[in-house]
Design a protein around this ligand. Sequence first.
Ligand code: CIZ
Ligand code: SF4
Length: 353
Amino acid sequence: AASDPDLVERARRARAALGDRAFVLGHHYQRDEVIQFADVTGDSFKLARDAAARPEAEFIVFCGVHFMAESADILTGDHQQVVLPDLAAGCSMADMARLLQVEDAWARLEEAGVAASTVPITYMNSSADIKAFCGRNGGAVCTSSNAKQALEWAFEHGEKVLFLPDQHLGRNTAVLQLGLSLDDCVVIDPHKPGFGVTDEELRAATMLLWKGHCSVHGRFTAESVADVRARIPGVNVLVHPECQHEVVTGADYVGSTEYIIKAIAEAPAGSAWAVGTELNLVKRLAAEHPDKTVVFLEKTVCFCATMNRIDLPHLVWTLESLVEGRVVNRIEVDADTAHWARVALDRMLALPG
Ligand code: CIZ
Ligand code: SF4
């Protein structure tokens, strides 16, 4: 659907009135009606770095989800205020690992005598307090582009990794990039007594995978892959590593959001691609590359519901409020959490390219 012309005009006016005082970030999974106002687009990590590179911007308007706005707040200066146009834009995956649960799991590892030899690694898609937990306990953050390097680093510093919160990214990276076996992995389930693992299992495993997943990427199945191959002969299947293991092993290519965008851009004209990632991005890629066939991997629609909460009305309200001098929906991480989360982020930034 086309955006309401009145709202587009109001957004334009408010954006112009703010000028360089504001910097608008748009995540790749955002709606077109929002992306048209983004000064820069990117994945969560690129956006946080882009925000940090704009110290003159007083207001960072983060069109994405809550954990991303937290990371931007951690990486930007104290004089910069990060705002999230709708506070209900959370992330179901990030919500699957709560600090109290992770602290209890760590106590469980201590009880089994394995905590001292375990390095916690958290995916960027986690709350600031989980990143801080990793910082305090000798661990680091990773993205889907550097998960391999982060795991290699972790295994230089310990014998086991506790991987949070996405079991699929952890498993896919360990098995497909580090050559571990599925038997080296155990799932830590916060909803089961004793986290669903015995002491023996904890001692035997090398990858302790938190039982979290992405509600969007986790929905693709091996059947989605088989169906699209039957529908489109010769199709290239390209998926994000947040997909289930059998989807990733059944695909032709696997990589982060930035990798997916590049792969489609560089693909030869006339080639066909079935892409297993968020639908706003897949539709935009299809529109930008009319010389290639780009389809969604699933037959049913699959937007990220929380990403889609940021819509044009919320963006207009946010921008107009800033023009009027009201800083709405500010995301601010407390100093201690920010410090330790920064430690974990800095360990990631120091990883070899
Ligand atoms: O699944 C997501 O939310 C991703 C890949 C986000 C990001 O930008 O890292
Ligand atoms: Fe979270 Fe998945 Fe949505 Fe990304 S796509 S914000 S991981 S629920």
